[in-house]
Every structure is written in structure tokens, then in C-alpha cells.
Design a binder for this molecule. Sequence first.
Ligand SMILES: *Cc1c(COP(=O)(O)O)cnc(C)c1O
Length: 405
Amino acid sequence: MQVTRALFDEVMVPNYNPQQMVPVRGLGSRVWDQDNNEYIDFAGGIAVNALGHCHPAMVETLKQQADQLWHLSNTFTNEPALRLAKKLTDATFADKVFFCNSGAEANEAAFKLARKFAYDNFGADKNEIIAFYQGFHGRTLFTVSVGGQAKYREGFEPAPGAITHVAYNDLEALKAAISDKTCAVVMEPMQGEGGVIPADAEFARGVRELCDQHNALLVYDEVQTGVGRTGRLYQYMELGVTPDILSTAKALGGGFPIGAMLTTNKVAPSLGFGTHGSTYGGNPLACAVAETVLDIINQPEVLEGVATKRAVFEEELEKINNQYNIFTEVRGRGLLIGAELVPAWHGKAAQFLAAAREHGLLMLVAGPNVIRFAPSLIIPDEDIRAGMAKLGDAIAQVLTAEQSA
Ligand SMILES: *Cc1c(COP(=O)(O)O)cnc(C)c1O
């Protein structure tokens, strides 16, 4: 059957508006479409393809596991899940792991656990969740409700209750909102979708102290920042703040769907037998691939390479900015990079995305004002430079079109 982009509009629910080409193949940091046009990938499947496309070790693991065992359900455990859980707990603050299939599901488990822990230990009245404006935690009803962008929630109400939002990086605002009825404070250690905004270290420490004062759990959503993205295995390590619960997904499977919620021996018992579950969560295929991803990324050479590659991105972005004066700021950590457009181009980040694609470059936006890069953590330097040349051409095209308009 011959399929084209046009078929999308015919047979798919219109909740996405994909680019006007259909990718068919990827290798490393390059992707090819149906017409065999080549693209350099600075998007990384939205911070998912941390080892690029079709990494040989991941392909080998997937093929081997495909011949071994695909699915049994959680009435059995399996070897890949046990090995992955052991490696995740060895590498982090956590003692216990719950597996699921996505970031939203990891957060759903995290929020349910936070409520249940407070219920078990302090009673039903301690149920309030505080989160931050512009935060993003997924698209289930609970996670859009904890998320700090009203537009993702509007029209889907009634939403789950007892959730408040305060400004990010504003400790006084949190201090005013938190109370002994707060069961959890939920934050991304760096907001991704919200515009690539890192938490100030002082703010992060203050949040931890306020949680401790009010017996509230601290939940870190590291779905986007986790698994090496920022140059540390998890961003909490950089901030020097240890959460009680951490959600991870995206890069964990490197392109194979998996999510996990990590927590401590103190908190985990509240998800006792029968309290929560997932049919596919912890399935052998996903866990085998994630184990390989973790083995590769959690090595000093790979994690240190993130900083080196960021430096190349920064150098190239500075060159572009010297020429076109288009960015007010380049921010983020590691290979989660946000370039904020000058005010004249606010609201128009998507125009640059489309122009970049025409020039053979895949990238992302983070809101209407910020261009975002979340490439493979092992992208070759020559691919970074080649992609940046395309970005320069794309920016020139957008600016010229604007002048002649
Ligand atoms: C992408 C993302 C999610 C949602 O993950 P899904 O796998 O799409 O459900 C949650 N939190 C953050 C911070 C994210 O970036």
C-alpha cells in the first residue's frame, strides 16, 4: 500500500499536525524521508533518541530479546526488568522502581503514590499537590491538571482537585502556598516544554527544605532531563537535591516505549499489593532495550561528552547570532538547549522549524518564543556543524522572506 502525508489528515484524529514529509529511515543523527531527502536530527524524537537512530547495540538487544520473550504480564517478573531495576537503584537515590510505558504514566504513578503516602501516614486531609506554572507532566487528566499550562486542561474538566500552581524559581510564592495539607511538590528540575528554564540551585534547595518542614514529598519529573540529557545521569545530581520520587521515561528507552517511577524504601510501601498496575509496564522487550541504553549512557565518556558537544552547539549558535542577531539568550543544560528569539520574533518559533526542515534540519520549539535542541548525546561534532550551517541558511531565508513581505 502506497501511503503519503495526505493520508494522515484522512485517517488520523487531528490532535497532531506532523511535518509535510514522512520519515522512513534513521541512522545515528541522520534521517531520510520517503523521497530519500536527508535530514540532520537535532530533535532526537523530543529528547528520546539519546543514542541516535538504530544504535547497533540497541538493535542487537532488541533482536535477541525478540527471539527470547516478549510479554507475560505482571503475574510474572522477568530477567530484563529485574536487571534494569537493580541498575537504576544502584545508580540513583532510589531503592524501588515501578515500570510503566510513558512519562505521563510514570507521573501518574508518582502523583498517586504521593497522595497515598500522605493518606497512609497523615490522613485523608493531606492531599494537596503544588506544582509550577509552565510545568509539563504529560497528557492524562491527572498530569495535565498538575501541569501548569491551562490550555492543556481547558475543555476536559472537571479536573482532579486539590492542585495549585505557583511561579517557578519563586521560593516566596511556594512558601506562601505550602501548608501541612500539602502532600507533594512536583517540579521539573529544568522546565522543558515550558521554555527550557533551569531551576536555580538555591530555589531547588529551598523547595526541599519547605517540603521537609511540611512533611510533603518532593517529586522530580525528570522525564525530559533524565538519562544523561544534562550531562549527569539525572539532573537532581547536579542540583544536589534529592527527591523522594522521580519519574523517568523518554530517553530511558532510547526510542522504545518505557517509563519508570523511582522512590525510596520509606515511600514505596504505600503502593502495596493491588494498589496500582500496568499490563505492559516492565515488559521484557522494553526493559532489555532500556538496560542497554542505561549501560551505554551511564559511562563517564558519554556523560562528559555531553558538555563537550554542548560547547560546540554554543559556539555555532553564537556565530549565527553574531550574523543575524536573532537570539536574546541561549540557555539550558547539557544537550537540552533553548535559544530564545528576540522580541520581534516572539510567537513565531514555528516558522524557523518549518524553514529548518526545508533545509534538511530537524529541531524543536519550546513554546512560541524558543527554539529547542535535544539531539543524540553521541551526535558527531561534524553533524552538529553541518546542522548549524543548515540552521543559518534557514534563518537567512525566514529573515529575507520577512523583509520582502
Ligand atoms: C514528555 C514529558 C512528559 C510526558 O511524557 P509522555 O511519554 O509523552 O507521556 C512528562 N513530563 C515531562 C517533563 C516531559 O518532558
